[in-house]
Write a protein that binds this ligand. Structure first.
Ligand code: HEC
Ligand code: HEC
Length: 270
């Protein structure tokens, strides 16, 4: 009898030590995960899966695998890259708490979709009129799968900081022109004398820029200091309905290089 009591006491204690804090999980879900999965685990898009009513053990196992990199994405179009960036910042407690929250939510109805998080979608980047005169083109990349060629530009503030080996300060802007490549009779991109695809039709502009306060409304787990992101149509209109959470999550691990994938190319400009 005494032994039995001792055993049940140890079990109860072990359970208490591991029991998740569902309120803390709810809080994290509402501020961070909600940007893609919805606060109640009903996701915002076809790319992010529903988490509502998923088993806690499965959610925990996936988050650990993303964190450790055993479940991972590669390149620009792999959704798992976003989760590697998010999960890398979660503690074991965070994982247990948020898994308990989503596991306790009612499953999503067919076709259900959550709204994007307004504070994460909000961007302050505006179209840089006259950039062709004042910005420096510092890089070009061919995208074979997309059959695109992209030109990378930086404004004088960003260029000066990069060349001086300093972090890019407020006032910096990076701007990309994305073109469909000119195609030959076999539908293959035509390559110019410089080795890059010949540009045919402008598809869109992408941009990242920073000013004081621009990061304030973005949750810390997604925030890239003061950087905001935006896409613009060929007629210079900012695209709406873009989930800035995607941009922020994928660029987030690059905090040591001013959140830029192409900082080296920018620093190397002659
Ligand atoms: C920027 C968008 C974004 C944010 C923020 C985000 N996720 Fe995800 N999550 C995704 C995408 C996209 C996938 C699918 C990844 C893949 O293909 O592996 C995913 C997958 C997952 C999975 C695997 C689901 C399955 O069915 O295997 C779990 C679990 C998960 N996320 C939990 C979370 C939690 C918890 C948070 C908040 C701490 C969070 N995510 C924040 C976009 C996001
Ligand atoms: C899945 C990862 C991923 C996502 C999501 C993503 N990017 Fe990037 N981004 C990259 C990579 C990789 C590069 C490097 C060059 C390239 O592939 O264009 C890049 C480069 C850039 C650059 C040039 C500066 C730099 O970092 O080198 C800008 C500007 C940019 N992205 C804007 C955006 C915007 C705007 C969004 C969201 C609408 C976004 N990115 C979402 C991966 C991502």
């Amino acid at each position: 009898m005494k032994n039995l009591l001792a055993v049940s006491f140890v079990l109860a204690f072990a359970q208490a030590a591991h029991s998740a804090d569902i309120e803390a999980g709810k809080q994290m879900a509402a501020t961070v995960c909600a940007a893609c999965h919805g606060a109640n685990g009903v996701s915002v898009s076809d790319v992010a899966p529903h988490l509502a009513a998923q088993r806690a053990g499965y959610i925990e196992a996936q988050l650990k695998a993303y964190k450790e990199g055993t479940r991972k994405g590669q390149g620009t179009n792999a959704p798992a890259v976003l989760m590697n960036a998010v999960a890398a910042q979660l503690s074991a407690e965070d994982i247990a708490n948020v898994a308990a929250w989503f596991a306790a939510q009612p499953g999503a109805a067919p076709g259900a979709k959550s709204a994007l998080l307004a504070n994460v979608v909000k961007t302050s980047v505006t179209f840089p009129e006259g950039y062709k005169d004042s910005f420096t083109k510092y890089h070009t990349i061919n995208f074979p799968v997309l059959r695109q060629v992209r030109y990378y530009f930086a404004n004088p503030v960003a260029l000066a900081a990069a060349k001086a080996g300093k972090p890019l300060p407020d006032g910096s802007m990076i701007f990309i022109e994305s073109y469909a490549a000119k195609l030959d009779a076999d539908n293959k991109p035509v390559v110019g004398a410089d080795g890059f695809y010949v540009a045919d039709r402008l598809l869109q502009y992408s941009s990242m820029a920073r000013e004081a306060g621009w990061g304030d409304d973005i949750p810390v787990l997604l925030r890239n200091e003061n950087w905001n992101y935006a896409f613009f149509t060929p007629d210079k209109q900012r695209r709406t309905g873009v989930n800035q959470a995607d941009c922020l999550a994928c660029h987030k691990p690059l905090d040591k290089v001013s959140y830029l994938f192409t900082l080296k190319q920018l620093s190397d400009v002659k």
